[in-house]
Design a protein around this ligand. Structure first.
Ligand code: TMP
Length: 237
């Protein structure tokens, strides 16, 4: 039986604990929500349990489709056993439809479909506000090797293909999302962190209603209902 020992880390949405086995950690999802690099703070009731269950559901689907992940076992509503990894300090953003910072940066109205999938990298550093970087920065800073970046890019496109198709069946349009990768003790690159309404833009396929954290970021109301709706559509409850 895997048991939590010391708390290793507390992030904005999750805590990470060591376990009695050095190869595994336990993540615990919180209801805390932040936006704009922690400037806006709040609580989304029930979010921790929903993000835990949605993430695990999607990670299992991705594993089946050839994307290695850190997922091991869901312990309870909020807690999951994952492989211990060293996080590659990058946020990998995949975009199918213009929204958010891409719309601002390029002057594209939200909702414009991109002619090709767009991949972006940000350096994961709160003090610097997660600045956008390119592959030259990443290699020069030795955050990852060229081989690792090739794997990270190909896994990211695969995640996009698998999730886009799967979510369409649930009436959800996958607008964009953020991934993080980690490296296990034996050097394998695996998908880590979470895949949830906190880290993806999910729009209703027909009405384009936002079913994700943009409801919190933009004070649109109905935040809890949107998270609940994603859980219902994906896990049927
Ligand atoms: P952006 O349009 O604000 O750059 O966001 C792109 C995607 O990345 C969107 O699905 C939300 C997600 N995201 C995170 O998961 N964490 C973050 O800190 C930010 C800024 C975005």
């Amino acid at each position: 039986m895997m048991e939590k020992t010391a708390q290793l880390y507390e992030g904005k949405a999750k805590k990470v604990f060591a376990t009695n086995d050095p190869n595994y950690c336990i993540v615990s999802y919180k209801d805390d929500a932040t936006a704009f690099n922690g400037l806006k703070k709040g609580t989304i009731l029930g979010k921790g349990a929903i993000n835990n269950r949605v993430t695990n559901h999607l990670m299992r689907l991705l594993e089946k489709n050839g994307v290695p992940t850190h997922y091991v076992e869901e312990l309870n509503d909020r807690e999951t056993v994952v492989k211990k990894v060293r996080i590659v300090p990058l946020e990998v953003i995949v975009r199918n439809i213009a929204a958010g910072s891409l719309s601002k940066r390029l002057g594209l109205p939200e909702g414009v479909k991109m002619k090709r999938t767009v991949l972006e990298y940000c350096y994961k550093n709160d003090d610097l506000g997660d600045p956008m970087v390119n592959e030259y920065h990443i290699l020069a800073m030795e955050w990852a090797t060229e081989e690792e970046m090739d794997l990270i890019a190909s896994y990211s496109f695969k995640v996009n293909e698998v999730l886009t198709e799967y979510l369409k069946e649930a009436g959800i349009e996958l607008v964009d999302f953020k991934l993080e990768f980690g490296k296990t003790a034996d050097g394998q690159i695996v998908l880590a962190d979470e895949i949830s309404p906190d880290t993806c833009r999910f729009w209703d396929i027909k009405t384009h209603e936002k079913l994700d954290k943009d409801r919190f970021r933009r004070d649109l109301g109905g935040v809890e209902d949107a998270y609940q709706e994603i859980l219902r559509r994906l896990l049927g409850e």
